[in-house]
Design a protein around this ligand. Sequence first.
Ligand code: SF4
Length: 348
Amino acid sequence: MTSKTHALELFPRDVEAIVADLGMPEYACKQILNWTYDKNVESVDQMSNIRKEYREQLEQRLYFRDSNVVTTKHASDGTKKILLAWDEENKQTECVMIPSKSRCTACVSSQVGCPVGCTFCASGLDGLEGNLEVGQIVEQVIRLGADQITNIVFMGMGEPLANYDAVTRAIRILNAPWGLGIGARKITVSTVGLPTAIERLTKFDLPVTLALSLHAPTDTLRKQLIPWAKFASIEDILKSCSTYFDATGREITIEYLLLGGVNDRSAQAKELADLCKTLRCNVNLIRYNEVPGLDFKRPENAQVRRFQETLEKGGVNSHIRASRGRDISAACGQLRREQQHITLEESS
Ligand code: SF4
């Protein structure tokens, strides 16, 4: 017996193969893709223009949702955060929808937990539990409301370039006209910097935006904050980012999480400016959202402004990213940890 496939991982050629296998007319391929990616059906039964006998056979081949919604939180600023549980092992990940005046961004996870273990992050505290599959990555966007989403960022749980094959296949589906039709430039892959994978992404034919989570201007401090920093120096990572810019023409986004008293001093801004001048990039400054149980502090607003002024004096463009959804455990992985904590308390 053929095992069931997640419909949200299918390319047209995969649907064509199923259609041929079941002896369905060729035009059914377009119908199935349309129901799956455009109308976002949750079962074959909803495909009302497909004959019942074919629907019964398709039912044996496809499923459309792999997650249960554990909880949905709405923030006062419109941000929505969903905690999803995958399969019977109850692995959980988070995804977030962030609406603004001009866009609506879906922040999705690529892994369950995270292998990188950044010392300031709730997602990395328990290590990696597994990779998300292609259909599971796309499903997050559908769960958030695909008809509203204009931009996608791989900035949820996990290191997307450590799940390269699934993430790039999901990006093809998110981008394709027969899929969700989101422009490649509106899709951002955020990484802690894996030079080999960045060079591989250089050969990927969709010019997505590359965001580098730098968070420190020196290798010494970076290794204290990001354990995987030991695998590659800032110099090597920036070289691979330059290669990415040369190949795609896409300016690199440098993500810099400001941690009060740790990496937010003016001298560090000066060091960051010197690094940024070696690259075509813009800098996003992000104020830390405190995580219960972790010692890091949100920086003072005045210090954030001083940091930005120093960057500007150094000739580097930067934006202070607005903190969104602070009233709903906005820090990555925080909702999942809270939920697991509640479940543990309930069962003890
Ligand atoms: S900040 Fe990102 S890379 Fe670091 S542990 Fe958290 S999810 Fe992983």
